[in-house]
Every structure is written in structure tokens, then in C-alpha cells.
Ligand binder design. Structure first.
Ligand SMILES: O=c1ccn([C@@H]2O[C@H](COP(=O)(O)O)[C@@H](O)[C@H]2O)c(=O)[nH]1
Length: 310
């Protein structure tokens, strides 16, 4: 199971965190942009080259201490196909460094279209009889609100291809409660029901640590709901965004973990990418600052949850 591989890396590094790579051009230091614009012009190609150089430097700084990256597809798509190529190149580079890759795409559609998304991001595409990997991430974020037929194609690929998915359950944004906190007829909330569906979808995918290949996204900005869902979804591995830039801290995320310190991975994107701004460094030292912040985040969380045991 893909999340067994992720858990092994988390335990080996004693670090249950993932670095989000959401590289808006504004975050990329001037010296990288100048170099790329000189080579490719002030074009989408130049912008995408700058994103990739930025990501490469971050990955080089982080791969020995952070087990995973989470590129958010939107920040690549905004730079056209050139940006999407930078996403593919970033995934390949992170994998070459042994990192686990979670593409944050939040895909959702009817079953047949989900088959295409599953092939694109996690599986392979058939070209003239040959199987070719398109993006090749280890896991993908998805929206489960279209129901089982939208999720099944992904579950099938997770089973055959050692991949995982994270289904949106309780998102970190301020208005997530407008729909997700609504009570259903049986008195449970919509997010609780979605968590229950994750447990059901994951039954055929249980890994050696008790967590299935169907994970859930639960935000650090809702610590009570994190604790509630940890108790109600014992086989569902959590991806927890909202730490750092959105205000979540180690105390807010500690309830995402089980008694062995397993069961969750905490994301920080802007907090790591833009760490130099808070460390009194210049943007030229962005990679060093990202490393410092990743280590600080790891130590803060481990300080709260204790040693991770398998
Ligand atoms: O509920 C959710 C689901 C996804 N995200 C994504 O995580 C990162 C958070 O970035 P920060 O800079 O650390 O705030 C970003 O890619 C979001 O799209 C989320 O925040 N909340």
C-alpha cells in the first residue's frame, strides 16, 4: 500500500510533515527569475523554468529531512502547459530524490472521467499499445462528493498500482462549515458521513499499519473535528493542511495522530517556501530558510506527539 511506504519514510525520518510546493512567481527570488527570463524571455516558458528551478532548490534542501512534497496543481496550471510541464518535472525530480509525492488536484467527476484522471495522475496512459506514465504521483487529492462511482476508478488504481488518494472531508478554509458541518437526518454531519465513506472505500486497501490507501483531508484549523475524525476513522490516514500560514500550530494538529504518532501528515506550503521572510534572511537564502523551517516544524510537532513508533 502506498501509505505503508509513506509511513515507513515518516518513521525513518521521524518527521510527519509534507512540504507544499505552490510556487507562485511572486515567491521565486529575483536572481532565479532573471536567469530564466534571460534564457526564455518574459514568457510562460520563462516563468515555468523559474518555478522548476525554485522547486529543485527547495527539494535539494529538504529531501533528507522531509519525506514528501505536495505540489498544488493550480499553481502550475496558471502558467499554461509550460507550467504543467514544470509540475511533471517537479514530480519526477522529487521522486528521483526518494520523496513521496502527493499531487493536490482535488479532482472529481463521473466514473468514466475519473478513470482518465486516475490514469493521468496515478496510473498510466495507453499510447499505441504501450503503457506510459503521465504524471506518476504517489497520491492524489480528490473530491468525493460525486459518490462511489467517482472514487472506484481511483481505488482500483490504488490497489493495482501501489497508490493512494486523499478525499476532502473537513477542509481548512473559513467557510468549510457552510456545507460540511450541516447535520443530516441521522444527526451526523456531512463531513462525518464523508469520513465514513472513506473508511468504506478503503476496506479493500488496508495496509500493514492499519491505514488504508483511501486517506482524508482534514484541516489543522479545526482541531476538534480532527480529534473527532481520528476517533471515528481509525483506518483513514489524514493529510492535514492549515499549519503555518493559515494559523494552525503543533497543538492544533496533535489530535490527528494515533497513540504511535502515526495516522497523519501535516502540510505547510507558504510557511516553508517563504520562510526567509520570517528569519531575517534575504531571498537568496530561501532554500536554507526552508530547511530551517522544515526542521523547526518537525521538532515542534514531534515535541507534541513524541517519538513515532511503527
Ligand atoms: O482543506 C484544504 C485542502 C487543501 N489545501 C491546500 O493546502 C495548501 C496549504 O497552503 P499553505 O500555504 O500552507 O496555507 C494549499 O495548496 C491549499 O490549496 C488547504 O489549504 N486546505
Amino acid at each position: 500500500m502506498a501509505f505503508d511506504r509513506l509511513i515507513d519514510k515518516i518513521a525513518e525520518m521521524q518527521n510527519p510533515t509534507v512540504a507544499g510546493l505552490d510556487p507562485k512567481l511572486d515567491y521565486v527570488p529575483e536572481f532565479i527569475k532573471e536567469e530564466c527570463f534571460a534564457k526564455y524571455g518574459k514568457t510562460l516558458e520563462g516563468a515555468a523554468a523559474a518555478l522548476f528551478e525554485f522547486n529543485k532548490a527547495l527539494i535539494d534542501a529538504l529531501y533528507e529531512v522531509v519525506p514528501a512534497i505536495k505540489p498544488q496543481a493550480a499553481y502550475y496550471e496558471m502558467y499554461g502547459w509550460q507550467g504543467v510541464k514544470a509540475l511533471a518535472d517537479t514530480i519526477a525530480y522529487a521522486k528521483s530524490k526518494g520523496m513521496f509525492v502527493i499531487t493536490d488536484g482535488k479532482r472529481n467527476d463521473i466514473g468514466t472521467t475519473m478513470e482518465a484522471y486516475a490514469a493521468a495522475h496515478l496510473g498510466s496512459t495507453t499510447v499505441a499499445g504501450e503503457e506510459v506514465e503521465a504524471f506518476g504521483a504517489d497520491a492524489l487529492t480528490v473530491n468525493g462528493y460525486l459518490g462511489t462511482d467517482g472514487i472506484k476508478p481511483l481505488v482500483n488504481i490504488c490497489k493495482s498500482g501501489d497508490k493512494g488518494i486523499f478525499v476532502l472531508v473537513k477542509t481548512s478554509n473559513p467557510s468549510s462549515g457552510e456545507l460540511q458541518d450541516k447535520k443530516l437526518d441521522d444527526g451526523t454531519t456531512v463531513y462525518e458521513q464523508m469520513g465514513k465513506m472513506c473508511e468504506e472505500w478503503g476496506t479493500e486497501l488496508e495496509g500493514k499499519y492499519g491505514y488504508s490507501g483511501v486517506g482524508a483531508v482534514v484541516g489543522a484549523t479545526y482541531p476538534e473535528q480532527l480529534a473527532e475524525m481520528r476517533a471515528k476513522c481509525p483506518h483513514t490516514f489524514f493529510l492535514v493542511p492549515g499549519y503555518g500560514a493559515q494559523g494552525g500550530g503543533a497543538n492544533d494538529v496533535k489530535n490527528a495522530f494515533d497513540e504511535n504518532g502515526l495516522g497523519a501528515i501535516i502540510n505547510s506550503s507558504r510557511g516553508i517556501m517563504c520562510a526567509w521572510k520570517k528569519q531575517g534572511l534575504t531571498e537568496n537564502d530561501f532554500a536554507k530558510a526552508a530547511y530551517n523551517e522544515a526542521v523547526r516544524m518537525r521538532d515542534e510537532i514531534i515535541g507534541c506527539i513524541g517519538k513515532i513508533k511503527k
